[in-house]
Write a protein that binds this ligand. Structure first.
Ligand SMILES: C[S@@+](CC[C@H](N)C(=O)[O-])C[C@H]1O[C@@H](n2cnc3c(N)ncnc32)[C@H](O)[C@@H]1O
Ligand code: SF4
Ligand code: SF4
Length: 328
């Protein structure tokens, strides 16, 4: 993907949003495609971890993945091949990565890496051309790790991390970026420095990130409500959370102009904060992406965000009433 094309596809949506256009003559350049919404862990602030039944469970098939790429690929610069599950559990995962890479599209994943993984799989992952692998590990010791990643194995994650770093060194020209993703919660905020030192020792980049309150509920409620319920998880340092009493309201959203999400069952959603297919704007198995991207749901959502009268209720209407994601 040329730098010019990347620039063009990233600027275009903002121009259309700025001029208040709700019918869009282009496709998004970024897309999240959910490889599956099943997981081996039970993280308490993730709807999958909570075994929330408001989304059907399953894995993305290669056929659906191919349909998405064939229909949307011309403008695509980046795919996040995960959403509400553990991407490495999908048996067709590598085949999907290769298919997209052959078409010049960058891919990222986020994995808990708390699984038994063969050397050959690590090598294949690194050779597949993935642009970035985030490794979610919210702890620098077994005790803190287990408090959030319920069912996970800290020692296994550390060992896997070291193996992936080592394997990358052995593959000439491997460009996959490996990032330890450390979300800060109340129970692990004292471990940030230890985690940074550990990352340095392993030879991996660490990204210290802001935690979100209950990820399946955040678009339905105000910041204050989330703070009230999830107080036990919110770090004392407000720098490390997306919600805080002091944080100003978020006043809008441009996601329905810039990107889209397609879940394993073909549901098309406006952003990755929406969990249930109940709020889908359409399904790629029933309509083409071109039809969905400018259908009455998408147009109503864009109008609502712009403050233009419309008569179709969407998840973006609900999110706006709650003060937008992480606002209000
Ligand atoms: C739902 S997970 C799916 C991917 C994979 N299972 C994982 O955990 O990396 C998607 C992303 O959410 C992040 N995540 C999980 N709980 C979070 C929280 N409370 N706040 C912010 N991000 C969170 C994970 O680190 C991951 O990058
Ligand atoms: S955050 Fe990731 S690892 Fe944790 S339960 Fe959700 S999908 Fe699984
Ligand atoms: S308005 Fe809310 S639900 Fe709609 S795309 Fe933006 S963040 Fe997602």
């Amino acid at each position: 993907m040329s730098a010019m094309k990347k620039l063009y596809t990233s600027v275009l949506p903002h121009i259309h949003a700025f001029f208040g256009r709700t019918y869009l003559p282009y496709f998004p350049s970024k897309i999240s495609i959910e490889s599956g919404n099943l997981c081996n862990l039970r993280c308490p602030l993730c709807p999958t971890g909570q075994q929330d039944k408001s989304a059907k469970k399953g894995f993305l098939s290669f056929t659906v993945f191919k349909k998405v790429i064939d229909e949307t690929g011309q403008n695509l610069t980046m795919i996040r091949l995960y959403n509400w599950g553990e991407p490495l559990l999908n048996k067709n995962f590598l085949r999907m990565v290769r298919y997209a890479k052959e078409r010049g599209i960058d891919l990222k994943i986020s994995t808990n890496l708390s699984l038994k993984i063969e050397d050959t799989t690590i090598e294949a992952l690194l050779k597949s051309g993935l642009e970035k692998i985030y490794i979610s590990c919210n702890g620098a010791s077994r005790t803190t790790y287990q408090k959030y990643h319920i069912g996970g194995d800290f020692e296994l994650v550390m060992d896997n991390m070291k193996r992936v770093v080592q394997k990358k060194r052995e593959i000439p020209g491997c460009r996959t970026r490996l990032v330890w993703l450390f979300h800060v919660f109340k129970h692990n905020e004292h471990e940030i420095e230890t985690a940074k030192k550990l990352a340095q020792k392993i030879g991996i980049t660490i990204k210290v990130s802001k935690m979100r309150p209950d990820m399946g509920k955040e678009i339905f409620e105000t910041t204050l409500k989330a703070l009230e319920r999830d107080r036990e998880w919110i770090p004392d340092n407000p720098e490390y959370t997306v919600v805080s009493e002091k944080r100003q309201k978020r006043v809008g959203c441009t996601l329905p102009w810039t990107e889209t999400v397609i879940n394993w069952d073909g549901s098309v959603l406006p952003c990755c904060a929406v969990y249930s297919e109940k709020y889908a704007f359409g399904n790629i198995l029933e309509n083409s992406f071109a039809e969905i991207w400018n259908n009455e749901m998408y147009v109503a959502a864009r109008k609502e965000i712009l403050g233009i009268k419309n008569d179709r209720e969407t998840i973006c209407h609900i999110c706006k009433r709650s003060g937008y994601l992480h606002g209000g």
